[in-house]
Design a protein. Structure first.
Length: 171
């Protein structure tokens, strides 16, 4: 075990927590998610997906990124989740007060491309939280690489109240 120094990092603190009993008993669990569901969610630190949905180890795939966007890599993970690991449903979870809501894509790209190299991805800021969820659900439903697109639902988590509200299709 590594020796902790005075200038301990957050990573070291997390390692202490893991050693101190944070590790869960996963012996005997299968890799295939027991609930056959994959969740696409924003990476926001306030959105505790596992706690919010009462998830236990072995039950679901949780795929996260800034904004909970449907990126190529999310599609990659979902395609593998469905075609190799048996998931059948997709749940999209975004949240109020998201950093990607009203995000300055152009300004951010200018910042990261300061040395002249432009990334091959877009930041993906959006301006309408609920509409963004609808578009994500619609895009997933139309994606040709996914094997199961009949059970996809989208939700908004309210970071102020803890409520989880479904975003209905429409508009
Ligand atoms: Zn967010």
């Amino acid at each position: 075990m590594a020796v902790r120094t005075a200038d301990s990092t957050a990573t070291e603190a997390l390692l202490d927590r893991a050693v101190g009993g944070g590790a869960r008993q996963t012996t005997g669990l299968q890799a295939r998610p027991g609930l056959r569901v994959a969740i696409v969610a924003c990476m926001d630190a306030r959105l505790m997906v596992e706690d919010l949905l009462g998830l236990q180890a072995g039950e679901a795939h949780v795929i996260r990124n800034a904004g909970g966007l449907v990126t190529d890599d999310v599609i990659r993970s979902l395609a593998i989740s469905q075609r190799r690991l048996g998931t059948r449903e997709i749940v999209v979870v975004r949240h109020t007060n998201c950093g990607m809501l009203g995000f300055d894509d152009a300004g951010f790209l200018a910042e990261v491309a300061a040395d002249g190299r432009r990334p091959d991805w877009e930041p993906g800021g959006f301006h309408d939280l609920e509409q963004g969820v609808r578009v994500a659900v619609r895009d997933l439903g139309a994606n040709p690489f996914l094997a199961h697109t009949d059970r996809i639902r989208g939700f908004v988590y309210d970071v102020a109240t803890g409520a989880l509200d479904e975003v209905r299709a429409g508009r």
